[in-house]
Design a protein around this ligand. Sequence first.
Ligand code: G6P
Length: 371
Amino acid sequence: VTAEKAGFDHFMLKEIHEQPKAYRDTMMGRIGADGKSVTLSKEIGMTTEQIRGISRVHIVACGTAFHAGLVGKTVIESLARIPVETDVASEYRYRSPIITPDTLVIVVSQSGETADTLAALREAKRNGARVLAITNVVGSSVARDADDVITTWAGPEIAVASTKAYSSQLIAFYLLGLYLAQERGTIEQAQVAEIVEAMHRLPDQVESILEQAELYKGVAEAVSKHDNLFFIGRGLDFAVAQEGSLKLKEISYIHSEAYAAGELKHGTLALIEDGIPVIALVTQEDLYEKTLSNIKEVKARGAHVLGIANAGYEDEVAKSVDETFSIPRTLPLLTPALSVVPLQLLSYHASLARGNDVDKPRNLAKSVTVE
Ligand code: G6P
């Protein structure tokens, strides 16, 4: 069993450490030989004409894959300029979504077997939409039923709490966003080159976070003594905060809530009391000042704030928070692929500190085949 875990104590930790490879494998063969363009013509059978005709995108998924879809929304909207809605699959079908033949429905599923996601996929097809799947399992039900498939090459994920599958789904969305943008002519070639170049640096940047993995142990132990905490952030930081909060709940059983930092003052601020941990993601540089002012609001009410900041900004952020963790700097759009890693490590160590079964949390299944 230890051999299967490649010397790691748990599958989850092994899978966290496999992310640099998962990123490389998911990008492989999908970046043009010039290193400056993205090619998904093998995965996506749509003509340029069809891609130009897409009027809206619906991203549908469950759990962690849904959180990848929240990032996917921003990626596709900002690069390809198509309106995107992201929904949880169990809600999507029942709200009579407006699905037209020029709607592209993207289903995201690690296993490709989640019943809610499959049902949403079938509903979308019944309504005449084109369905693109992002899945980690070749030949899965989702892969078979979709029109087009982008496989995430994360390799088998055993731990119930998803890590490398989520982050590889982000890579798939970056590739997809770029490809759609190229086909639709909404991006300059120089910008594609800039993003692709930054994507190539991500695996080493994740590696450098992992080299400091032990840093998160102490803070996780402190967090594990609390029963409630908050994750806050704006924009893509809010999307990642939601994934960080879910990860912590799943395996540490600590209650947490992810909040859009600017929305706290409209109600949730009432819950901030002395000593409550608040994990603040401050990586989106254009929103930086705004998030810092929200951090001051919670600090003033006694919160203990842990900040996750870009390298180069940590000293500035340190002035407003109690403890700062820095992540390597990349393009704002790509930051989720880095900022989620400290949150995975934090959850892992908090679960361990609480003596839980990290790989097999209570009440949860890796793949849920009931609706
Ligand atoms: C289950 C798992 C989650 C996962 C979700 C969706 O609830 O416990 O970790 O995110 O299903 O799974 P999928 O295989 O569709 O990505």
